[in-house]
Ligand binder design. Sequence first.
Ligand code: HEC
Length: 151
Amino acid sequence: MNVSSMLALLTVGFTVTMTSHPAFTETADTAVEPLVLRKIMRELGKNMQQISDSIARENWALITKIALRIADHPKPPLTEKIRILAFIGSDAGKFRDYDEKTHQAGQELRRAAMQEDRTEVISAFATLQESCVTCHQSFRKSFQENFYEQR
Ligand code: HEC
């Protein structure tokens, strides 16, 4: 027996076990652990709100601090990174470029805030926001389908 037919058999066996076991199918909907990436993203979302609020208050010191958190945002653990890379495959370079753009835009915003340059802060904030949305447009939906939705 070759490898692919062995794999096919294993897959069939697994599917049968899962569907014929009521307890397993019942928990399957809720068993999906959210990615650490999602937590990191939520934090980024909060950071953006704080910055938007701080622009209105012209609190440059706070923007300086929070922009650095965005620029140095944490990465998911290695095991999750491997899962993500395995999923995005040949799009990995694109994903990295988008991430790099966000890091850079965070640094730009930080510099502008340090100089207390309102116009530059607003423009850097817009660039930063654009960098978030660009990646979301390419990846968010497929992550949702791959990592969360039951097949
Ligand atoms: C390199 C790609 C990439 C960049 C850059 C990026 N994101 Fe995300 N973001 C994602 C992906 C992928 C998801 C979906 C994650 C998930 O659902 O597990 C996501 C989801 C989110 C969510 C939704 C989280 C939830 O509760 O479902 C928020 C909020 C968010 N990102 C904020 C941001 C902000 C703010 C920035 C920029 C400062 C940013 N992201 C930059 C890829 C990116």
